[in-house]
Design a protein around this ligand. Sequence first.
Ligand code: ADP
Ligand code: MG
Length: 248
Amino acid sequence: MKAYEQALSLAETLKLKGVSRSLDEMVNDAESRKVSYISFLNSVFSAEISWRAKRRFERNMAGAHFPMIKRMEDFDFGGVKGIGKSDAVNLLDFRWIDNKENILFFGPPGVGKTHLSIALGVSAVEKGYKVCFERITNLIKLLRTSEIQKTSEYRIRRIMKSDLIIIDEIGYTPIEKREANLFFNLISEAYENLSVIVTSNKSFETWAEMMGDGVMTTALLDRLLHHARVYTLDGQSYRTKKIKNKEE
Ligand code: ADP
Ligand code: MG
C-alpha cells in the first residue's frame, strides 16, 4: 500500500473524518510550501478540530428545531419600544446563559418576540451552546406523549440537556390544568439548571386565567422570574406595517 493510501486508511480507522477529507490538499500544500514536520502536524490536527466544530454546529442547528432562521442584524430596533440595540449587544455575550438566567419577551403580535428569540438562539448555537426551540403547544404535546412515544421521550431528554430552551407563544391557546402541571414540572426542573426564553402575548398577570390554576401559576412565575430579564415590547405589528408599506 502506498504511504498516502495507508495514511488515509489509518485516519479512517481512527474516525478522523476531517483529516481524511482534506489530507490530499494538506499534503500537496505542505509539499509545495516545504513546511516543517511540526507545522504539517499542526495543520492535520487543526483540520480535524475545525471539521468537528463544523459538524457540531450543524448537528446543534438541526437539533434546535428553529422554525426559521432569524438574525439580530436584521432586526430594526427603531420600530419597537421596550428593547434597544444596546440590550441586544448585551444579550449576545450570553453571560445570562452561563448564569442560568431566563429571558421573557412580552408584547402584542408582530413586534418581534419570536424573531429576537430565534436570533438569540442561533447566535447561542454559534457560540457552542445547545439550544431547543418549541412552541408551547408542541412542548405540551411532547410532555403528554413522552411516556408512550419514543420520539417525544428523546426530544424531551434533549430539551432537558440543553443550555437554553426557547418556549414560544405562551398565551395564544389556553392550557388545561393537567397540561399546565406538566409544564410546571419542566420549568421546575429547568430552574437554576438551564436558561429559558419565553415569549407571550399575555402579560403574566393573566397567566393564571390561561392555565386555570392560580397557585400553580404563581409558583411557575416565581421560578421563571427569579433570575430573569423581562422585556415588554410594544409598537405596531411588523407584519401589518410591511403590508402597509407595500400598498404605499
Ligand atoms: P411576534 O413573535 O412578536 O408575534 P415575530 O417575531 O414573529 O413577531 O415578527 C413577525 C415578522 O416580522 C417576522 O417575519 C419578523 O422577522 C418580522 N419583524 C418583527 N419585528 C421586526 C423588527 N423590529 N425588525 C425586523 N423584522 C421584524
Ligand atoms: Mg411569535
